[in-house]
Design a binder for this molecule. Structure first.
Ligand code: MOS
Length: 734
């Protein structure tokens, strides 16, 4: 019997991806395809007085230029632009809706042309006159006006009072710069005009059904008239959770011309979408002399736009991760004249836990304690907010295995004490935490008599390996070879799925597969029982399993009927079943993943150049469905954590209210030369409570804490505490 769940498995879509057979949203084509180009606003706030498209329209090959003045009808109600995952409060941006400017870079015109070159050239000829309004894009000048929009987790005890009297205190402010998504694949939509008003939209999205519902509302179309497809994504990680404006514009163009339209944003325009909002984090930790926490205060001030209140949990992790009788959280938003932020890999935790874990490092120094030892003294076996146990929590094991693999016991705690030639050596560590979520999802399985199965669900594979784990789980549950399973996803006509995000996909889709496979097994047993002299005539559903292409009695494995025989005898050439798996978890447990990260930096003493030479990430995330793709997930997240710690920063020119470094030459991300040794350890964490298969989800946990481990290592190397990210070499000047 072949075991697929838990076996390192190469991507089933790997061949298609490396050979170019996998097609992305901007690569679909059809005869007579029209190309779009977007014209952007150059002011951050105000109104368009006049928009002159005459010169653009005169360019050879230009078919039309759409603006708020001449566009066809779109929904006017702001509520029509709400989607499944957008902020609850505020009104979403409506592309080309009116002349109001909400942020610099806002799309204000769409040029449609026979060639991409003509479209782009014509876009440069559109002239705009504005009435400018006052604006602010600076978090630091707006921080005093920041507002609380919703209360974070309820406080425990009286943190302020306890902190004021604590034996040992640490209090500091940390800062994380705005970071932008820079996936390889640009945001793109190809709207194929199918005739009769019907459209197929190939869209770069993490949620095809979310985009379909949204487009139906915006254009007052019926569900059957618009099909959204996202078969492959060159990196999603949050930017593709909400429908993006290029999908609206591609559809608008197609409906105007009654032709197919492709719209690919430029790399510069990628910076007009969502981003990880710059956040100021204030931590106040009060401890006893023994190194236990008495009080935790965590306050965050994050950027949002003027039109939507985007907010994620930055602060409550602090009262959840460590034992402390008193905890208090405040989350404020500064409304600026910028686009609305978006989710980005472990939103909230990546920023909030960075601050917490640097503060814990500073507290350990104040207490003269090893940073791992401090965390063990503050270890929490229960979730204090809900006063409930965790379904599982192998964080102690993460600390132990990570420290051992790293060689942490050889660390000299004294800053600037370790060297390697002309380089200072620093060792730092941090903890990571994320949620183990699960959502309702539906799966359809079609089993054919030749022993082939198709498993289908509308989830996307954002590059994380969803195709592969779906094939693994289906192959195991149906007792078929992996090659005999075809996975279909990323198509709005497939069974229901929420957006692919929050690290919830693996658990959600796997349990829907298990449930649907059981339905298939039931039908096969019914057929098998009808066979003459059936070896399974007395078997009940729970007695049988599917393995090696046969329905087999679990106790007496010689009692078996092949899938092919059962279906042939029953006169069926296909069995089709679809079922929805709902998540029935309640509040009696906390569901989380954890990690311990250990980092080594080497810093040129003269120049301040920082290299992250080693990272060990020990992760406890329940059952790992595929250690190979799982390893890639965590490794990729560590690379992103290195980017966050040392490189990534979107700079805004507050005089003009626009982002400056909107390209990957000036917005720095780690390259191969920046990446050295990364070791990923999956700690065993059996969990029968979180869900039947013990799946907690992976991906996001990999980035949480990484930047803190590096920042703590930089302090250990240099004796200089840099609290604002990224830690660029100028900040290490002595
Ligand atoms: Mo993730 S930020 O939920 O794509």
């Amino acid at each position: 019997m072949t075991i697929y769940i838990g076996t390192p498995t190469s991507r089933v879509d790997g061949h298609a991806k490396v050979t170019g057979a996998a097609k992305y949203a901007g690569e679909f084509s059809t005869e007579g395809l029209v190309y779009g180009a977007v014209v952007e606003a150059t002011i951050p706030s105000g109104r368009i007085l006049r928009i002159d498209t005459a010169d653009a329209l005169r360019v050879d090959g230009v078919l039309d230029v759409l603006t708020h003045k001449n566009r066809p009808r779109m929904a006017s109600a702001k509520s029509a632009y709400k989607d499944d995952v957008g902020p609850e409060k505020g009104a979403p941006f409506r592309p080309l809706y009116d002349g109001k400017i909400l942020f610099s870079g806002q799309p204000i015109a769409l040029v449609l042309a026979e060639t991409w070159e003509a479209a782009r050239f014509a876009a440069s000829l559109v002239r705009v006159e504005y009435r400018k309004a006052a604006f602010n894009t600076d978090l630091f000048t707006a921080r005093d006006k920041a507002v609380v929009i919703k209360k974070p987790e309820k406080p425990r005890g009286n943190a302020e009072k306890t902190f004021a009297k604590a034996a040992v205190r640490h209090e500091a402010e940390y800062f994380i710069s705005t970071e932008h998504h820079n996936p390889m694949e640009l945001f793109a939509s190809t709207a194929i005009w199918e005739g009769g008003g019907k459209l197929t939209v190939y869209d770069k999205t993490q949620g095809v059904q979310n985009v379909q519902r949204y487009l139906c509302k915006v254009f007052n179309m019926k569900k059957d008239d618009i099909r959204v497809m996202s078969p492959f994504m060159g990196g999603g990680f949050g930017a593709g959770l909400r429908p993006q404006y290029q999908a609206v514009l591609a559809v608008l163009g197609a409906r105007t011309l009654k032709r197919s339209v492709r719209l690919v944003l430029t790399r510069q325009q990628m910076y007009t979408l969502g981003y990880r909002p710059a956040t100021i984090e204030r931590l106040a930790l009060g401890a006893t002399e023994k190194g236990t926490l008495d009080a935790v205060i965590h306050e965050a001030i994050a950027i949002t736009s003027q039109y939507e209140d985007f907010s994620r949990n930055d602060t409550a992790w602090s009262g959840q991760l460590y034992q402390s009788p008193n905890a208090h959280y405040v989350h404020r938003l500064a409304r600026l004249d910028l686009p609305t932020p978006s989710d980005m890999r472990a939103p909230g935790a990546t920023t909030g836990v960075y601050a917490l874990e640097c503060a814990m490092d500073e507290l350990a120094i104040a207490l003269k304690l090893d940073p791992v030892e401090l965390r063990l003294r503050c270890y929490s076996d229960r979730d204090q907010d809900g006063d409930v146990p965790f379904t599982s929590k192998a964080l102690r094991e993460c600390y132990r295995r990570g420290a051992e693999a790293f060689g942490w016991h050889k660390r000299n705690p004294e800053p600037r004490s370790m060297r390697d030639g002309s380089e200072l050596v620093g060792w730092g560590m941090a903890t990571g935490i994320w949620e183990a979520l699960q959502m309702e999802a539906a799966v359809r399985i079609v089993l054919t008599a030749n022993g082939h199965a198709e498993v289908a669900c509308a989830f996307s594979d954002i590059g994380t390996g969803t195709y592969t784990i779906m094939a693994q789980v289906a192959a195991e549950m149906l007792g078929l070879p992996l090659e005999a399973v075809t996975v279909r996803l990323g198509d709005s006509t497939l069974p229901h799925a929420p957006v692919e995000g929050g690290s919830w996909t693996a658990a959600s889709v796997s349990h829907a597969i298990v449930k649907t496979a059981a339905e298939v097994r039931k039908e096969l047993l019914r057929l098998a029982k009808k066979m003459p002299n059936s070896p399974l005539s007395a078997a009940k559903l729970d007695d049988v399993t599917l393995m090696d292409g046969k329905l087999t009695h679990k106790m007496e494995t010689n009692r078996a009927v092949s899938i092919t025989d059962a279906m042939r005898h029953g006169g069926l050439d296909r069995i089709e079943r679809e079922s929805t798996n709902t998540f029935d978890g309640d509040d009696s447990y906390a569901r989380n993943t954890h990690s311990a990260i250990f980092a080594e930096v080497k810093i040129d003493e003269e120049l301040g150049v920082i290299r992250v030479t080693r990272v060990v990430s020990a992760v406890a995330a329940g059952r790992i469905l595929n250690p190979k793709t799982g390893h890639s997930q965590v490794m990729g997240s560590v690379v992103w954590g290195i980017g966050m710690a040392l490189h990534e920063e979107t700079l805004v020119d507050h005089t003009f209210g626009r982002m400056m470094n909107v390209n990957i030459a000036e917005y720095h991300v780690p390259v191969n030369a920046d990446i050295h040794d990364i070791e990923v350890i999956f700690v065993d964490e059996p969990d029968t409570i979180v869900n039947p298969l013990g799946i907690k989800g992976l991906g996001e946990i990999g980035i949480v804490g990484v930047a803190a481990a590096i920042a703590n290592a930089v302090y250990h190397a240099t004796d200089k505490r840099v609290r604002d990210l990224p830690i660029t070499l100028d900040k290490l000047q002595r």
